[in-house]
Design a protein around this ligand. Structure first.
Ligand SMILES: [Zn+2]
Ligand SMILES: [Zn+2]
Length: 677
């Protein structure tokens, strides 16, 4: 059914033959769209892609968003140049753009830009979009599921069949076969002729999962992430818009694609902080998946072995369904997790691997199995200091130490990328050759392993050593084919991977994530370490995990050692409730960024002076942000704490509109922040 052209109902009050005024939203971070004239024979229902002039440009592509607002004399209004031969953006996609813009306080045009996948690219004459094959009789037989998996799969399939537009948490321990279980729901939605979107928090994970899903479902997913080529991007976008692409696997930005017939959204690893986009339009991919599902009447599955507190809260309140997998698949059992008390271990000065962990590594490698060491820190050493005067090498543009990398032979700032050759003399006291590397990064752990286990074949997996998808794929293949004995990695390898021979996992510094003022620090540390531990013993042999910590009595460490997730989350939930932190209250952060300290501080004070008053509303700050200096810019922060009820975005929007901030100061609003730096 084709919706009536915009303005058709107004023909009575206007010249019936005359032009219609339409509002066109442009994928640009300005205004809220512009009025254009639409003259016959052109007609363009809401959602139509149109080419319009803007300033001196003649080829800007926008979307007809509604009726024009008027207010400009007709003779000054510019005409729509062309209505493109592309299916109009469906109403649920348009509602989603409006909703996200209203919630995040981003420009509607900036959100539309994500719908365009960055820039709209028309199909070229030589482009051919092929209908994606459906799962057919030639697909591999469905996997044999355990009784527990079968029950879970049936519950999810019923949800798809019932067209139930709610949210269900698929809560399964690591190695329980969540992929096979939600795979059944995906297969059913595809059978019913619907499109399915499977979201992952990081693109590095799509490689391994895409191959696994193709084997499982007999359909290769169409990918959507930032590493696609221009041509792939264009073809995939149009295939999704015209419905030829049925199964889409992507990063959070895929949520904004113009799905023709979306029937299921799955967000895997739903607890992952990397679902949060921290730049441009600041949004949480998981939360927006729930919104997208709601607006489109589409069921949503959130999957995790360590669900977020927010999601568990919604399960407790009965808002989300809950499907549980308690057992690992096949013969595998959950790993044995042991704490290594670093205070009691007598380790030599430059050594970071304790004796119990080292013994286990020797034994594991000796028996032909694989091991993994986890340290969430890239490079060789996180701090370089002068032993003569105590000076620490810091980045001149950031509140950040310079981090030594042996791979490049330089010192790098992880915030801005600034890098320098290691200085020969101390810039403060002039002492020569007195610099000392303090603490370990993954490269330093590799060095220690090379010295103590010289026969081991070692690979490092971190975002700087595995720079692209091809490198990730080749490393995964090397681990799978046992060309690697010991994998050393950052959080990049904490989740999703399934290496059957991997039986021992060592966590070098479990306390790393606990410091700082992040209200989710304990929850995140628990989730991350639980995920890391979950990489071990996924096949027949039981996994062993050594968690090195200087705080063995910390609730996170005790919960890990005792497998007491639910008790830990309950305690964490009470803690949050006492402090009215999410999900019991809401937060928003407002960061002011600028080159001039006085300007930034003055703008922050002006905002604080005009802070909104209201029940349960509290504005903290301004104060310098933890990264008070970033890429040469100063950063001040205000934190807004509010109750669960009420329109936090609206309150903040009207507050910001009341205060004049100089142009040289950028105001960045983060509703529901996950980063407190
Ligand atoms: Zn010095
Ligand atoms: Zn820097």
């Amino acid at each position: 059914m084709v919706p009536p052209p915009v303005g058709a109902e107004e023909k009575g009050k206007k010249d019936p033959e005359g032009p219609v005024i339409v509002r066109v939203l442009l994928p640009l971070p300005l205004g809220d769209g512009y009025d254009y004239l639409l003259s016959s024979p052109l007609s363009a229902p809401k959602g139509s892609f149109v080419r319009v002039p803007l300033g001196r440009k003649t080829d800007v592509i926008g979307i007809v968003w509604g009726e024009g607002e008027g207010g400009i004399p007709l003779h000054k209004m510019r005409p729509v140049a062309e209505v493109l031969d592309v299916a109009p953006l469906p109403a649920d996609s348009r509602r989603f753009v409006d909703w996200v813009a209203g919630y995040t306080l981003a420009h509607r045009g900036a959100v539309l830009k994500m719908v365009f996948g960055g820039a709209f690219r028309p199909l070229k004459a030589k482009d051919r979009i092929e209908e994606a094959p459906l799962p057919c009789g030639c697909a591999p037989p469905p996997p044999v599921l355990t009784a527990e998996q079968q029950a879970a799969a049936s519950a999810l399939v019923r949800m798809v069949d019932g067209g139930f537009s709610g949210v269900t948490l698929l809560d399964g321990v690591t190695g329980s076969g969540k992929t096979e279980v939600y795979g059944a729901a995906i297969a059913r939605a595809l059978e019913r002729g619907k499109q399915v979107l499977l979201l992952l928090p990081e693109i590095a994970m799509t490689v391994a999962l895409a191959a696994r899903l193709e084997k499982l479902l007999g359909v290769a997913p169409v990918l959507w992430h930032s590493a696609l080529t221009e041509r792939q991007r264009r073809l995939n976008w149009h295939a999704i818009a015209n419905g030829a692409a049925r199964f889409i696997l992507g990063a959070r930005s895929a949520l904004f694609l113009p799905f023709k017939n979306l029937g299921l959204i799955v967000a895997d690893e739903e607890h992952e902080g990397s679902y949060k986009q921290e730049e441009g339009v600041i949004y949480h991919g998981r939360d927006m998946a729930v919104v997208r599902g709601h607006l489109g009447g589409v069921p949503v599955i959130l999957a995790s072995a360590t669900p977020s507190l927010e999601t568990l809260y919604n399960v407790d309140k009965g808002k989300y369904g809950h499907v549980v997998l308690k057992k690992r698949f096949g013969e595998a059992v959950l790993p044995d997790i042991r704490l290594v008390d670093l205070r009691a271990e007598k380790m030599p000065a430059q050594s970071f691997i304790s004796d119990p962990l080292m013994e286990s590594l020797e034994q594991t490698l000796g028996s032909g199995q694989q091991a993994m060491l986890f340290l969430n820190r890239r490079g060789y050493a996180p701090l370089t200091l002068c032993r003569a005067c105590g000076y620490r090498l810091a980045c001149p543009s950031c509140t950040s130490w310079m981090i030594e990398h042996k791979r490049t032979g330089r010192l790098h700032c992880h915030q801005c990328g600034h890098n320098i050759a290691p200085p020969e003399v101390c810039p403060v006291c002039g002492a020569a050759d007195r610099f000392a590397a303090c603490g370990p990064g993954v490269e330093r752990i590799a060095e220690e392993v090379a010295a103590r286990l010289p026969a081991a074949r070692v690979a490092i997996m971190a975002s700087d050593t595995v720079a692209d998808m091809a490198a990730a794929r080749s490393l995964i293949e090397r681990v799978e084919s046992h060309e690697v004995d010991l994998l050393i990695g950052t959080q990049m390898m904490a989740k999703g991977y399934h290496f059957p021979l991997l039986t021992t996992v060592g966590v070098i510094d479990a306390d790393l994530g606990l410091a700082g003022g992040d209200p989710r620090a304990a929850e995140r540390t628990f989730q991350l370490l639980q995920q890391v531990a979950g990489r071990s013993g996924r096949a027949d042999a039981r996994g062993r995990v050594y968690v090195q910590t200087a705080n063995p009595d910390h609730p996170v460490m005790r919960a890990l050692a005792h497998g007491a997730r639910d008790a830990f989350m309950k305690a964490e939930m009470r803690e949050r409730q006492d402090h009215r932190l999410p999900p019991f209250g809401r937060l928003a952060s407002i960061t002011l960024v600028g080159a001039d300290r006085e300007h930034v501080a003055a703008a922050a004070r002006a905002l604080a002076a005009a802070a909104p008053q209201g029940k349960g509303l509290r504005v903290l700050g301004p104060a310098p942000a933890p990264f008070a200096l970033l890429r040469g810019k100063l950063r001040y922060r205000l934190m807004v704490q509010a109750g669960r009820e009420g329109q936090l975005s609206g309150v903040i929007g009207s507050w910001l509109a009341r205060v004049r901030v100089p142009r040289a100061v950028r105001v960045q609003v983060d509703i529901d922040p996950y980063s407190f730096l």
